[in-house]
Design a protein around this ligand. Structure first.
Ligand code: NIG
Ligand code: FE
Length: 386
């Protein structure tokens, strides 16, 4: 099956072609087969989509989410907007609701989030466990996540559950022993929340090293609520990405710049927890590879909108529209060490978004306005606005 998307007013490829005007893309069997000027497009496609002069971009790669959970925390958000401070401990209330939910309840919710993400242009999503915190529930979460994505992350070390409050190291033993055994077969990644109120650098290192020994690749939550040694540890362990980075020291930035690690910024968190936004300009100017992701979760960031994150990154974090779009597509792909997504070039997966706008700039120029018109994942239409 060949589909030609033509009459594209502006095509952002993230590849050698850069930004093309009056372009066309040929999709064949789920992959990009050809990219170039509309006037030179191959004519043998079975299906032709007229983009009507609108913009086409790569599908968003949302490299950080927690979308298998029960309940919500709207009351906590409301209290925060009235002046309460965000703390890692709120995770425990979602743990109680998640343990109480059936597989089917969690699955229905998860599928709803995936549909919501597709409708907003996301074609790849990483999904973390971390609201089970016992062997059985963590395994349920990675198993359910694996039904929805190849990018599953085991985050048993999200916070110490109440029943281990007196002996956090015993919980780390459980995470790196029976819990890892139960979850590793479903996961590609291991993650830890390295932060005051969650896990120390020493505990985080034990978790990540155990995961690496089981064949999982590391990624880390660090420097979300204050500065710490999490970034340095992540660099030492060769993590694919360190996520949050709201409070980075100059040493952190220098270490990131010379590493091949991605720093994944999550503006929905600063928005929803009323924290200062990280300075993406400082990172990019220092040579750090930056990704943008939503961190969809019921506590610190309950948005699943990559366009929203792009708008905030441009408005408040010093990114240009094209840098923010790169970070939300190719940057996310780099954070997941994927070389088959995030770019529109021959051979890549045909993950494409047709915007209801003439330019990618409109993603931040028209914040909050639905501008995703059609979304293809592996060449298959997964969302279309009527
Ligand atoms: O990415 N940082 C740790 N985990 C989530 C928050 C989860 C929650 O508050 O439920 C995050 O912000
Ligand atoms: Fe997170």
């Amino acid at each position: 099956m060949r589909t030609l998307i033509t009459n594209i007013g502006e095509l952002t490829t993230n590849a050698d072609h850069g930004m093309l005007r009056d372009a066309a893309v040929l999709v064949e069997d789920g992959r990009i087969a050809w990219v170039g000027a509309a006037a030179d497009a191959p004519t043998h496609a079975e299906e032709v989509v007229d983009a009507g002069g609108r913009a086409v971009i790569p599908g968003f790669v949302d490299s950080h989410s927690h979308i298998v959970f029960g309940g919500d925390r709207a009351a906590e958000f409301e209290a925060r907007m009235a002046g309460e401070k965000y703390a890692a401990g709120g995770i425990r209330s979602t743990v109680a609701a998640t343990r109480a939910a059936t597989d089917d309840e969690l699955r229905v919710r998860l599928r709803g989030f995936i549909a919501e993400m597709h409708a907003q242009g996301t074609t790849t999503v990483e999904i973390k466990s971390g609201y089970g915190l016992d062997v059985e529930t963590e395994q349920r979460l990675v198993r359910l996540a694996a039904e929805a994505t190849d990018e599953v992350t085991f985050l048993g070390a999200h916070v110490v559950p109440t029943e281990f409050a007196e002996d956090p190291d015993a919980y780390v033993d459980l995470v790196i022993g029976p819990m890892l055994d139960a979850c590793a077969p479903y996961a590609r990644w291991i993650d830890v929340f390295c932060e005051s109120g969650a896990f120390s650098v020493e505990q985080s290192r034990r978790v990540l090293e155990a995961g690496i020994a089981r064949g999982l690749a590391p990624r880390v939550h660090a420097s979300q609520l204050g500065p710490g040694d999490g970034v340095r540890m992540a660099v030492e362990l060769g993590a694919a990405s360190v996520d949050h980075g709201t409070y980075l020291t100059d040493d952190d930035v220098a270490a990131l710049a010379v590493s091949d690690m991605v720093l994944t910024l999550l503006p929905g968190v600063e928005f929803s927890t009323r924290q200062p936004y990280p300075d993406a300009r400082r990172l990019i100017d220092a040579g750090v590879t930056v990704a943008l992701a939503c961190d969809t979760n019921p506590g610190s960031s309950f948005t699943s909108s990559m366009p929203f994150c792009i708008a905030v990154a441009v408005r408040d974090m010093g990114m240009t529209p094209v840098e923010a779009l790169w970070a939300a597509t190719a940057g996310g792909a780099a954070a997941l060490r994927r070389d088959d997504i995030g770019t529109i070039a021959p051979g890549m997966r045909a993950d494409l978004v047709l915007l209801d706008a003439p330019s990618h700039v409109h993603l931040s120029y028209r914040p909050g306005v639905p501008q995703v018109r059609s979304v293809w994942k592996d060449g298959v239409l997964v969302a279309k606005r009527s």
